[in-house]
Design a protein around this ligand. Structure first.
Ligand code: SF4
Length: 369
C-alpha cells in the first residue's frame, strides 16, 4: 500500500487578539467596576466608571466610584437624586460638566428606557454625556458587542504595534482603523480591557517592558527598536495664563461666604469662594477689589493659588476680610460653617483657595490638584 504523503497543515501563529486575551485571563487588573474575564459587567457600573475615568486616573476614580455606588446603587436611584447632591459627591474629581451630564443621562435612562441602558453603540450615543469612546466601551464591556475602543493607552499600543510614525492627533483615524482590524468578534470587551491593561502596565509611555509583553513578536516598533519614540506628538501649544482673585469673607461666628456658580460654563453649578473674572491682565489690587462682594478692609494673603485647566493656567490672589453685620446681611451667597466646608460641592481649585486662606488650620482638603 502506498504511503500517504499528506502533510499536517501548518498552524497559524496566534493573532494579537488571541495572545492578548490569553494574557488578560491571567493578568487582568482587578478594578472595582470590572467583572471577571469572560463575563459581562453591570452596564451601570461600566457607564459610571467610564465617565469618571475620562481625563482622570484609575487611582483617583476608585474612592469616588465606591462612594457613588454605595449611595446610588442603580441608575434609578441616581436619577432620583437632587443634582446638587450629585455635584457635591463629585467635588474634587474635576471636569464638572461630566457630573451634570451623568445626572441627565441617569434621568434619560430611567425615564425613556425603563431604567435599562441601550445595548448598542448607536443607542448609547443618543444619551447625554456619552460620546463615541464611552459608547464603544459600554457596548463592548457590558454587552459583548464588537466595538473598537480607543483610549490613550490603546493609542499608544496600536501606534507601536503598527509603527505609526504620523504624529498625534493627525494619526487618530489610522490608529482607529488599525485597532479595528485587531478587534475580535468574540470577547471584544475583554479585548478592549486587555489593550487598556497592556498600555497601563507593560506598554507604558516611558520604558515599556517589551520583554514581558505578550505581543512583542508581532510589534513593528519593537522589532525596529523605536518603541520609546512612539507615538509621536505634534508640538504642544503653550497654555495661556489667566489671573484673578478670590474673596474669603468670614462672619463674626466664623462662617464663610460661598456662592453657587452659574449652571453653564467652567465649574458650572459648583460652589465657589466669591471670585473675580479671570483674564490675561496683570494682577492689579484696585481693579480686583472693585469686584469684591462688599467694600471692606481686605487683606491680601501672601502667595498665589495656581491651578491648571485644560486650556489655561490660572493664578489667583486671595483676599480675606471679616464682614460687618451690615455686609453679612447684604452680600449675595450662603454662609457655611468651617466644619461644613468639606461637605460642599467645592471644586479642587476652590479647595486650594480655602486652604490658602486658612493656613493656620492646616490643609482642610489636602493639596490635591
Ligand atoms: S513589544 Fe513593547 S512596544 Fe510593542 S506593544 Fe509590547 S510593550 Fe509595547
Amino acid at each position: 500500500m502506498a504511503k500517504s504523503t499528506t502533510k499536517a497543515k501548518p498552524q497559524a501563529a496566534p493573532s494579537v487578539a488571541e495572545r492578548l486575551l490569553a494574557w488578560y485571563d491571567v493578568h487582568a487588573r482587578v478594578l472595582p467596576w470590572r467583572s471577571r474575564p469572560g463575563a459581562f459587567a453591570d452596564p451601570y457600573a461600566v457607564w459610571l466608571s467610564e465617565i469618571m475615568l475620562q481625563q482622570t486616573t484609575v487611582a483617583a476614580v476608585g474612592p469616588y466610584f465606591r462612594k457613588f455606588l454605595t449611595r446610588w446603587p442603580n441608575v434609578g436611584a441616581l436619577a432620583a437624586a437632587p443634582v446638587d447632591d450629585v455635584m457635591r459627591e463629585w467635588a474634587g474629581l474635576g471636569y464638572y460638566s461630566r457630573a451634570r451630564n451623568l445626572h441627565a443621562c441617569a434621568i434619560a435612562v430611567a425615564n425613556d428606557h425603563g431604567g435599562v441602558f441601550p445595548d448598542t453603540e448607536e443607542g448609547l450615543r443618543r444619551l447625554p454625556g456619552i460620546g463615541p469612546y464611552t459608547a464603544a466601551a459600554i457596548a463592548a464591556i457590558a454587552f459583548g458587542r464588537r466595538a473598537t475602543v480607543v483610549d490613550g493607552n490603546v493609542e499608544r499600543v496600536v501606534s507601536r504595534l503598527f509603527r505609526i510614525e504620523t504624529p498625534l492627533p493627525a494619526s487618530k483615524p489610522e490608529i482607529r482603523a488599525k485597532a479595528n482590524t485587531l478587534t475580535p468578534d468574540l470577547r471584544a470587551g475583554d479585548f478592549a480591557q486587555a489593550m487598556m491593561d497592556l498600555g497601563a502596565t507593560i506598554c507604558t509611555p516611558k520604558r515599556p517592558s517589551c520583554n514581558r509583553c505578550p505581543v512583542s513578536e508581532l510589534c513593528d516598533a519593537h522589532a525596529a527598536g523605536v518603541e520609546e519614540t512612539l507615538p509621536r506628538r505634534g508640538a504642544k501649544k503653550e497654555r495661556p495664563v489667566r489671573r484673578g482673585a478670590c474673596f474669603f469673607l468670614t462672619r463674626a461666628d466664623g462662617a464663610v461666604l460661598l456662592r453657587k456658580r452659574p449652571a453653564k460654563g467652567l465649574l458650572g453649578g459648583m460652589m465657589e469662594v466669591p471670585t473675580t473674572e479671570w483674564n490675561g491682565a496683570e494682577l492689579d489690587k484696585a481693579a480686583l477689589l472693585a469686584q469684591a462682594p462688599a467694600k471692606l478692609s481686605w487683606r491680601r494673603v501672601p502667595g498665589l493659588v495656581e491651578h491648571t485647566f485644560t486650556h489655561f493656567h490660572l493664578q489667583l490672589a486671595v483676599f480675606t476680610a471679616e464682614a460687618t453685620a451690615k455686609a453679612a446681611k447684604d452680600v449675595d451667597g450662603i454662609w457655611v460653617g468651617v466644619d461644613e466646608l468639606s461637605g460642599e460641592a467645592l471644586p479642587s481649585l476652590m479647595r486650594k483657595v480655602v486652604d490658602h486662606a486658612m493656613p493656620d488650620l492646616g490643609p482642610l482638603f489636602g493639596r490635591k490638584a
